[in-house]
Ligand binder design. Structure first.
Ligand code: SF4
Ligand code: SF4
Length: 276
């Protein structure tokens, strides 16, 4: 099970952020705007499990305007002419619930685990605050909470799934930008949607994280984007950070065997030398 977030229909209402906070009792993280956009949290964190990004671009798509650009033709906008120089991209980001999740690989306590729904959950009562998972995440999702020290992130509403309910963010989203369901069904729906948009002339529409062949084995939360992933603050080619661990452990093993062998040889040489 997972999420398909279709950013082409997101209206930036933040109902998903609020529903996530309310259901999961996530502490408030400040409501002051950054001054750069209508974004007040900037990114995902221990106290922001859904984050709605607002990206302002000089590209045509609609009649929206931030009022920040002094060369916008206000008269043309007031007339029945579509604005041609500005668009707003909005996208609700979340933990990707990676198929190959590095956070889970490095957790020494078993606090992070794969659920029966295929999602990745952190159990706060087992987390010891070591923080290994934080640099391991290729998306910068999981985070330690100030004054608490433990790691927190989206659980894809594990408790709701157990009751046969959809996650709170998907339930609250008024435009169905966030869709929840079996990944195969979501991938098919997403493919149809991207083709529909491209046929309608939205050439930049693309899917992100949907392929099981990508560097993390596919995301349990994937996205339809209207521009390059970097525009949304997403890594263009994420890789599971623990993929070299087996080779590293093999090298460590070889080095240990060599060291022990060397020590034994030195000991034997010393013992033989002493017997002369
Ligand atoms: S996005 Fe990061 S925190 Fe979420 S499952 Fe993947 S590695 Fe773990
Ligand atoms: S609830 Fe839906 S439309 Fe509103 S900000 Fe979240 S994803 Fe966008």
């Amino acid at each position: 099970m997972g999420f398909f977030t279709d950013t082409s229909v997101c209206i930036g209402c933040k109902a998903c952020e609020v529903a996530c906070k309310e259901w999961n009792a996530v502490p408030e993280d400040g409501i002051a705007l950054t001054g750069m956009s209508y974004d007040n949290t900037v990114g995902l964190g221990a106290d922001t499990w859904r984050h709605v990004a607002f990206i302002e671009q000089r590209k045509p798509i609609s009649r929206q305007d931030s009022g920040l650009h002094h060369d916008t033709d206000v008269l043309a906008m007031a007339a029945d002419e579509p604005s041609t120089d500005f668009r707003w991209l909005m996208s609700s980001d979340v933990c990707k619930h990676c198929t190959e999740a590095a956070c889970l690989d490095v957790c020494p306590t078993g606090s992070l685990f794969r659920t029966e729904f295929g999602t990745v959950v952190v159990q706060e009562d087992i987390c010891n605050g070591c923080g290994y998972c934080i640099p391991a995440c290729p998306y910068g999702v999981i985070d330690q909470r100030d004054g608490d020290g433990r790691a927190w992130k989206c659980t894809l509403c594990y408790d709701r799934l157990g009751q046969g309910q959809e996650p709170a963010c998907a339930k609250a989203c008024p435009t169905d930008s966030i869709q929840f369901g079996p990944l195969d069904e979501l991938r098919e729906r997403a493919q149809n949607r991207v083709e529909q948009l491209q046929d309608a002339g939205v050439a930049d529409a693309r899917l992100y994280g949907e392929s099981p062949d990508d560097g993390v084995g596919g995301d349990g939360a994937f996205f339809l984007l209207l521009d390059e992933p970097e525009v949304y603050g997403l890594p263009p080619d994420p890789k599971v950070t623990t993929r070299d661990l087996p080779a590293m452990w093999r090298h460590v093993g070889t080095a240990a065997v060599t060291l022990v062998g060397g020590a034994l040889a030195a000991f034997a040489a010393t013992a033989l030398g002493g017997r002369k």
